[in-house]
Design a protein around this ligand. Structure first.
Ligand code: TYD
Ligand code: MG
Length: 454
């Protein structure tokens, strides 16, 4: 038997190094290398697994049947939207997210709506804990089997015995192979166990879902280690103190990655939010200075969100405070500079707070103009018109630039009852129910919104 050897694996990307270093050569992460032991037999076991698969034969592409892998709906419509239809037989899906975001909750709900026999393997919680949660979620059913186990060998024998048609492993970091010398959660363990489960899923042709925790510190072997092993990577995101949860596909071998699913965490678990714009605007108080509605896009999905700003004059020479929530602070700083130079509105002697309501993160440059108007509205204590949405990217010259998918954004604004939109003058847009007010510069947009500065 070959000897175990010490290696240093990157907890972020999984790259293996022979020597310790402060920085991973492969992904550039700092302090991410962790000592591990590598078992040369792991490779042999994997090779043996591969040998079970019959040898492939090349075929003309036109003679292949493309319809073999039809997705099976999960019964959770927001999830099916992200998966482009559902779970494909034999596919392995990794669901990543920070602890406490709601991965176990969502998957338990999925298992309870799955039409056939399913197996939930909990490697972190006791079977009683899971049962209690399932009771609260009204997720108890005869076809849902539960196993509290962390050893991969025992998990695979349970799969053999139960013969489920859907498997959920919660979480892959807590599963370990006792034959591999390294600690549970290490790169070697996570990769080794995931490989075994992938083989099992392909061999039995059943969908398998692996839960993977992501921590900001990268303390555990991150899901990035597994991205190339699985077919689909879903990322479950949200602010812990907000109810909104967003599910995105980061990688999807069976469909598009552009859709996203929206959920709200409630007393009864996660509830799909088919009309997110309505939810985000529910608490809006039109007529408040500093509030502007922006039609943004999350993936392919149009969303109306409220951007808010608050400014406060400061005294003294210390740099005024800037705070951005749900927005890039660098973008806020740039827009403040553009406002000062191109529209002669200086907030250098003001504290500036800007935020996006509802726990949404705006990365869309189309929200620039809305944020500028919110800032000026706050600074001049003048409300922006309540029936207006604002969309456009702001350039360093103070020019308003075209943004993508305008028709989808404007249609969403019209659907929610807005009657006017300030849009880039360079585009040729139209939308039934909306009066479009084109602006080519920041100053023009401020004049249209009757926010003419001081
Ligand atoms: P959980 O699914 O355990 O998160 P993860 O598996 O991603 O670590 O969910 C954790 C949080 O969700 C927990 O703090 C409580 C909250 N929660 C609800 O608000 N409603 C519910 O019905 C459930 C089950 C959980
Ligand atoms: Mg969990």
């Amino acid at each position: 038997m070959a000897k175990m050897r010490t290696v240093y694996n990157c907890g972020d990307c999984g790259a293996s190094h022979h020597k310790w270093a402060g920085k991973c050569d492969s992904c550039g992460a700092w302090n991410s290398l962790v000592e591990d032991v590598e078992d040369p037999n792991e490779v042999t076991t994997l090779a043996a697994g591969m040998a079970l698969v019959p040898p492939g034969e090349a075929q003309p592409i036109n003679q292949l049947d493309a319809a073999v892998a039809k997705p099976m709906p999960t019964g959770i419509s927001e999830l099916d939207r992200v998966l482009d239809g559902g779970l494909v037989p034999g596919s392995v899906t990794l669901v990543g997210g920070e602890p406490g975001i709601g991965k176990s909750t969502l998957l338990l709900q999925l298992l309870s709506s799955w039409p056939t026999k399913s197996l939930y393997v909990t490697a972190e919680e006791s079977a009683q804990q899971v049962r209690m949660r399932a009771e609260r979620l009204h997720a108890l059913r005869d076809d849902l089997w539960l196993l509290s186990e962390a050893s991969i060998t025992n998990i695979i024998s349970a799969i053999e015995k139960v013969k489920p048609e859907l498997i959920v492993i919660d979480s892959i970091q807590a599963v370990a192979d006792p034959a591999l010398g390294s600690a549970p959660g290490s790169v070697v363990q996570v990769r080794g166990c995931a490989h075994r489960l992938v083989q099992e899923a392909k061999r039995r042709n059943i969908p398998t879902i692996l839960v993977g925790h992501v921590t900001k510190e990268g303390g555990l072997a991150g899901p990035r280690v597994l991205e190339h092993v699985v077919d689909t990577v879903l990322s479950f995101e949200g602010e812990r103190h907000h109810a909104l949860r967003i599910m995105r596909a980061v990688k999807h071998r069976f469909g598009s990655t552009s859709e996203l699913g929206l959920f709200e965490m409630t007393e009864l678990g996660l509830v799909g939010v088919p009309d997110a714009s309505k939810m985000f605007l529910a608490d809006r108080k039109p007529g408040t200075p500093g509030s502007v509605v922006v039609p943004t896009l999350e993936g392919q999905r149009p969303l109306l969100v409220e951007v808010q700003a608050l400014t406060n004059a400061t005294s003294g020479n210390a740099p005024a405070r800037r705070s951005a929530q749900g927005l890039d602070p660098g973008r806020l700083a740039m827009l403040l500079a553009v406002l000062e130079r191109r529209a002669r509105i200086s907030l250098s002697q003001h504290e500036v707070y800007a935020s996006v309501v509802g726990g949404v993160k705006l990365n869309d440059p189309g929200s620039d103009l809305g944020l500028c108007l919110a800032l000026v509205s706050a600074a001049t204590n003048t409300p922006a018109p309540g029936d207006v949405v604002v969309c456009g990217e702001v350039g360093l010259g103070g020019e308003i630039r075209h943004v993508g998918h305008m028709s989808r954004r404007l249609a969403e604004a019209a659907r929610l009852g807005f009657t006017r939109a300030i849009v880039p003058a360079s585009g040729d847009y139209s939308q039934k129910g909306l009066t479009l007010q084109p602006a080519s510069t920041l100053s023009e947009a401020l004049a249209i919104a009757q926010l003419n500065g001081r």
